[in-house]
Design a binder for this molecule. Structure first.
Ligand SMILES: [Zn+2]
Length: 191
């Protein structure tokens, strides 16, 4: 039997045209336990990117772009703590977004328990509900949650953008590797 290619029809193409108009700014793990000196998973480079993420938040709010915080919120005995020191336990001060980047009442907050922002969370539903077609990914750590969440976004059909001065790595080599990987493998726009 010959399979006839599925006819997309006007409704689907107009839907994707509409989706392409909407953007979301993702801010990943800019929490006290990653960004405060002496914190269990302190990533020093986060200090440098805070003003740049503030710039992106300002722009998003001016342009009406959705601002979405994607935040670790671990159980007390989370399985992730086999590999990492305990951090960002749900409800603890360490799991709160740093004061410099505090969410406003209209921003969206997504809690995650793994390295991946879409895994077992409501992130995809929220983005689809807003008609988002393009996500700008910021935060930490470049080669961990940022990269993995960007890959998850791409395999779900979202276009991905990464401003290099808004992501923080644990070391420069892995930071640069992750940006190259995103550019070459998922064709993210890295700038
Ligand atoms: Zn974690």
């Amino acid at each position: 039997m010959i399979r006839v290619p599925h006819n997309r029809g006007p409704s689907e193409s107009s839907r994707s045209a509409k989706m392409a108009k909407h953007e979301a700014l993702l801010i990943i793990d800019m929490l006290n336990d990653f960004c405060r000196e002496g914190a269990p998973l302190f990533v020093p480079m986060t200090r440098e990117v805070i003003p740049n993420i503030r710039r992106e938040i300002g722009r998003a709010r001016r342009e009406g772009t959705a601002v979405v915080y994607v935040c670790d919120a671990h159980d007390r005995n989370d399985v992730e703590f086999k590999n990492w020191p305990p951090h960002a336990v749900e409800g603890s001060p360490g799991a709160e977004v740093i004061d410099e980047l505090k969410p406003s009442a209209r921003d969206i907050i997504i809690h995650k328990k793994t390295l991946m922002g879409f895994h077992n969370t409501d992130l995809e539903n929220k983005l689809r509900g807003l008609g988002v077609g393009l996500v700008t990914v910021t935060g930490c750590v470049t080669n961990i949650c940022v990269m993995l969440t960007a890959v998850e976004a791409a395999v779900r059909g979202f276009n991905v953008r990464v401003p290099g001065d808004c992501v923080a790595g644990l070391d420069m080599q892995m930071h640069e590797f992750a940006l190259r990987e995103l550019e070459q493998v998922i064709k993210a726009e890295v700038y």
